[in-house]
Write a protein that binds this ligand. Structure first.
Ligand code: NAD
Length: 420
């Protein structure tokens, strides 16, 4: 379908076809499961600070509506396209189904580099995007959340814009909001915390000693920084490499992650952070470590570098970091590299978003301990199911995770039937 024509969408479809073959899903159901139910593109004119008017392109894709409203993040990134948004929405569907959440997948965003806008421009663009989305989203239709390039402040602007149009406060329209306006305790840290819970679980299974283990984390935003801090301070691993869009730092003696976080807080990036050697960002991924966490962009583990990976655990914090040709190589290296696939590894974000939505609908607040305990319980259940399925069927962890998700959506579609 041409509106989705894009490398990332093709990759998501190729992954789906592997699962559809494995599950022997017939032709009649394949396209129905794969293609998004709805998609919208909007043009967003904004007054810029210099007096000019600039237009931006925005998207929202709702992948399937079978199990409940759709749920998905909002990405602000210069190269965002309808196809990439659709791929991310599809992955959200399998992720929500694997965690047994009552959602279909969605994703949205704007093709923009948010770092190039002033705060006033960013607010105007965010509000315009939400205003254009009002006929398309709702607390029982499609709930937005944060993703790359967006944060709590942008979610607050979304919530305010939607609420102003309704005439009352509708906190359930977005998740990842500040706690002061109905966000939940523990949402900001949820994805990184979940990544680390699953890494600890895998290390335990593999009988690895965390005090003697090292980690490299690509991406130092919401997911990467929380994962790196938690791996270092809570799990006791030595962080030997970190990177962001501007710099990659390697130090075999260990990096002070708190100092890195403070540096990023002040400067906005890792450039000029002086606690190690600045290395080629691509090479950082193939340097020796026990745990590798890609937590930035998609398609960074490819057919070209998958053979060179030197980690014991690959924990996919990002969405779609591993391409299907890399998967073929990693499947052959299954006894060397333990993969925690993205739809399991980074599910903490949507699970706690679900908790935030439920609390909003009930006007009821949970404590951070309640949130984290419930999060770990769901992740534990998903982890056990994926490992068991992979072992019993001699398939990769990714195939097992996706198959559980796809099966649940298929089963629901079959039960509901096809109207008319
Ligand atoms: P973010 O915008 O907070 O941070 C992104 C980080 O990646 C920044 O440090 C940025 O500089 C860095 N980066 C960008 N391009 C890079 C490159 N080419 N090489 C190295 N670093 C690069 O985003 P985030 O919310 O942390 O999301 C990161 C990934 O995790 C995305 O794939 C996102 O879809 C996924 N994810 C996020 C959440 C969430 O709750 N935020 C949940 C699930 C999955």
């Amino acid at each position: 379908m041409t509106i989705y024509d894009d490398d990332v969408f093709r990759m998501a479809c190729a992954q789906f076809e592997v699962i559809a073959d494995y599950l022997s899903i017939g032709k009649n159901h394949r396209e129905r499961l794969m293609y998004p139910k709805r998609a919208v593109a909007v043009t967003l004119p904004v007054h810029m600070d210099d007096g000019s008017t600039k237009t931006f392109q925005g998207y929202r894709v709702q992948h399937h509506l079978t199990l409940g409203p759709t749920k998905g993040g909002t990405r602000f990134a210069p190269s965002l396209s309808m196809g990439e948004t659709a791929a991310l929405a599809m992955w959200m569907s399998w992720k929500c189904a694997l965690a047994n959440l009552p959602y279909g997948g969605a994703k949205g965003g704007i093709a923009v580099d948010p770092a190039k806008l002033s705060r006033t421009e960013l607010e105007a663009l965010s509000r315009r995007y939400m205003q254009e989305m009002i006929p398309f989203v709702g607390p029982h239709t499609d709930i937005m959340g944060p993703d790359m390039g967006t944060n709590e402040q942008i979610m607050a602007w979304f919530m305010d814009t939607y609420s102003v149009y309704q005439g009352y406060a509708v906190s359930e329209i977005v998740t990842g909001k500040p706690v002061s306006i109905g966000g939940t305790e523990g949402r900001r840290e949820a994805t990184g915390r979940g990544v680390v819970y699953l890494i600890e679980r895998a290390m335990n299974m593999l009988k690895m000693d965390s005090e003697k283990s090292t980690a490299i984390v690509q991406g130092f935003g919401n997911v990467g920084s929380v994962a790196a801090l938690s791996l270092a301070l809570k799990s006791g691993l030595k962080i030997v490499g970190i990177s962001d869009a501007h710099a990659a730092i390697y130090n075999p003696k260990g990096i002070d992650v708190e100092a890195a976080e403070q540096h990023v807080h002040k400067k906005g990036h890792l450039r000029a952070f002086d606690q190690g050697d600045h290395v080629d960002p691509n090479e950082l991924l193939t340097m020796k470590c026990d745990v590798l966490v890609p937590a930035a962009v998609d398609r960074v583990i490819t057919g070209k570098n998958a053979r060179k990976l030197q980690c014991r655990i690959l924990a996919e914090g990002a969405n779609g970091p591993t391409t299907p040709d890399a998967d073929l190589i990693l499947e052959k290296r299954w006894d060397e590299i333990f993969v925690i696939p993205d739809i399991l590894c980074n599910a903490g974000g949507v699970i706690v978003s679900y908790f935030e939505w439920v609390q909003g609908l009930q006007s009821f607040r949970w404590t951070e301990t309640e949130v984290t305990d419930k999060l770990f319980r769901i992740l534990e259940h998903s982890f056990i199911q994926v490992i068991r399925r992979a072992k019993e069927h001699k398939i990769s962890h990714r195939t097992a995770a996706m198959a559980i998700g796809v099966e649940r959506v298929l089963k629901a579609k079959m039960m509901r039937g096809l109207f008319p």
